[in-house]
Structure formats: C-alpha cells, structure tokens
Design a protein. Structure first.
Length: 126
C-alpha cells in the first residue's frame, strides 16, 4: 500500500532547466533517477515540458507509483500580480488547470508561488 502523505519528497531543482526549458531530460528519466532516493514522494512542477499534454498526467502518476512513491504536491508559478487584468484572468485559468493536474497525479497539495517582484508597484497596488 502506498503512503499518501510522505514524510519526505524530492524536488528536481538541479534539473529544472533540463526538464522545463531545454527538454534534455525527460520526466521519466527524472522519475527513474529519483526512484533511487530514500524518500517517499516526488514533488511535481507544473512547468515540466511534458506536462503540457494532459495524456501524460496519468502515465507519470503510474510511473511514480510503480517505484513505490507518490506525488504529494504540485508547485505552480502563476503571476497573480501582473498589472493587466486580462493577463491575470489567463493565469487564474492556468491555475485551475494545475489544480486538475494535481488531482490527476494523486497530489493532496498545490503550492502556489503567486507573483513576481514588481518594484514599480507599491504594496497596496499589488
């Protein structure tokens, strides 16, 4: 039986460029690499290139669970502080999709990094 709430999960910080920009590492390769770690879970990032295709979501969940691990949490980076309202609406739509992604992956948490530093705006404006 899989543990739904792991005590420790790994995040691929050292591989973010390869997984999210270059595509020089596949998600499956990262899963296999992480499967050797003494952790119970793999923290996910919505920006992995291969996550754009929703057909991959159940496949990656199965690959992780086949290693005896779970995906407890999704990390997302929408920009809710952008000055343009239409842009923010698109970010809200992306966040809703990422919540669906988290659910499909079996995650219980969706960590949201909610905006970008905007030195031209006051705290009240943000």
């Amino acid at each position: 039986m899989l543990c739904r709430m792991p005590k420790l999960a790994a995040f691929p910080k050292a591989f973010m460029v390869a997984l999210c920009k270059e595509g020089t590492m596949t998600v499956s390769e990262w899963i296999q690499l992480a499967s050797t770690l003494d952790v119970q879970g793999l923290e996910w990032y919505a920006g992995f290139l291969e996550m754009a295709d929703e057909k991959n979501w159940p496949r990656f969940r199965k690959e992780v669970e086949d290693t005896g691990k779970v995906i407890p949490m999704m990390c997302c980076s929408p920009d809710f502080t952008h000055p343009d309202a239409a842009f923010r609406e698109k970010e809200i739509a992306k966040q809703k999709r990422w919540i669906d992604m988290t659910h499909t992956l079996g995650g219980s948490y969706c960590r949201v990094l909610s905006g970008q530093r905007r030195p031209e705006l006051s705290i009240d404006e943000v």
